[in-house]
Ligand binder design. Structure first.
Ligand SMILES: [Zn+2]
Length: 378
């Protein structure tokens, strides 16, 4: 992966390249960002640059022996540690083929995508003691081909207290060893690890950057839709790309009908709708929920007489009516119910159960607000 394969983030790339060319590479670095900021590909591109035998001014060459091995993430001096599931005899070695395949296929890979890829729904993913021991073994060896041995630890928030075993190694690493920690939840990492690293904060993409990405890559052609998706994605490029698959589908009609059924308490219709909504799998369901949050936010904006000019005319009409039923008193609990459902979808993935639970919550949250929503929304 070259720096040029990663969208935007010119400042971060310049900083990393500068550290490498000036020979001031910190041996333990923490790349910290939110999901969808492409911090994992950034760490890989940096590692590739460090190992490249024909470095260009602003990027690795992409064609030397080292770069070719990096292209398939199979350089002998590049190691990965990441969350996985299994018994005490399982380590990242058992998942490395899937990891390489999935990162190459989608460098933006989120934790949720990873769980899906390895069928880890409902399983307890972590980084276990055996994996940490294997890190010691791998790094004890001499570098085979490049100047550095590089270990990328993706999502060190899964290390828990076992991470303390790593401290000594991070503090006094073997020669020419570099640790690149890549986190999406810095607050969950052991402070003792953070204090031993040089922190590099990677910002979310701006709405404008995401909008531009979608248009440039022709994922959408309509500027308004691109803007709408950028707002929904909240800086998460991976999410934005996935949303392009959902927004032009009849998601609005589905959402509107579902909310109507929740309000009227029509359980039969809600159950009937389960298969239709969940057949698209976890990804579609998550997009559906994110879309829901987007509409609920718009109801708040609309209630304050502010412009909701990013919505389509149909959405605007619906939002105006909906703002009578989702208001200042219940918006927080409804918002939380959606966010909880998104979180659960990412983590455990029993989509049908999450859907039914959320429907029941909405049924009770919305009911006292108005007597006859159905007639007024229609
Ligand atoms: Zn190269």
């Amino acid at each position: 992966m070259k720096f040029s394969d990663i969208y935007g983030h010119a400042d971060i790339k310049a900083k990393l390249i500068n550290s490498a060319t000036s020979g001031r590479v910190a041996h333990a670095q923490l790349f910290t960002s939110k999901e969808g900021a492409l911090s994992l590909p950034m760490a890989i591109a940096f590692a590739q640059f460090l190992s490249c035998t024909d470095k260009q001014l602003e990027d690795s060459c992409g064609i030397c022996g080292s770069c070719r091995k990096y292209a398939i993430l199979a350089h002998p001096d590049l190691h990965f540690t990441f969350p996985f599931f299994g018994d005490a005899k399982t380590s990242c070695n058992d998942f490395i083929a899937e990891f390489r395949e999935n990162v190459i296929k989608n460098p933006m890979l989120s934790f949720g995508d990873w769980v899906d890829a390895i069928h880890g729904e409902g399983k307890n993913l972590n980084i276990n003691i055996l994996e940490i021991r294997s890190i010691f073994r791998k790094l004890a060896l001499r570098a085979y081909e490049s100047e550095y041995k590089i270990l990328i630890i993706w999502l060190p928030e899964f290390l828990k207290k076992e991470g303390n075993i790593l401290l000594k190694l991070v503090e006094e690493p073997p020669d020419n060893t570099i640790f690149l920690f890549v986190t999406e939840q810095q607050s969950e990492i052991l402070p003792t690890i953070i204090s031993r690293t040089q922190v590099l904060k990677i910002a979310n993409y701006s709405h404008a950057e995401i909008e531009q990405y979608l248009l440039q890559n022709e994922l959408v052609t309509d500027v308004n839709i691109a803007r709408n998706i950028a707002l929904m994605a909240e800086g998460n490029l991976n999410r934005a790309v996935k949303l392009t698959g959902g927004v032009e589908s009849p998601i609005f009609e589905m959402f509107r009908n579902w909310l109507l059924n929740c309000h009227s308490g029509n359980m039969e219709n809600i159950f009937e709708f389960t298969d239709k909504l969940t057949e698209g799998g976890k990804d579609f369901f998550k997009i559906f929920l994110i879309y829901g949050l987007h509409i609920i936010r718009a109801t708040m904006v609309s209630a304050h007489q502010a412009e909701t000019n990013w919505l389509t005319p149909n959405e605007n009409e619906f939002v105006n009516k909906l703002s009578k039923f989702i208001h200042i008193e219940n918006v927080q609990e409804i918002y939380k119910a959606f966010n909880d459902s998104i979180f659960e979808t990412e983590r455990y993935g029993n989509v049908k159960l999450i859907y039914i639970n959320l429907s029941l919550k909405l049924k009770s949250s919305m009911r006292p607000l108005v007597k006859s929503m159905a007639t007024q929304i229609n």
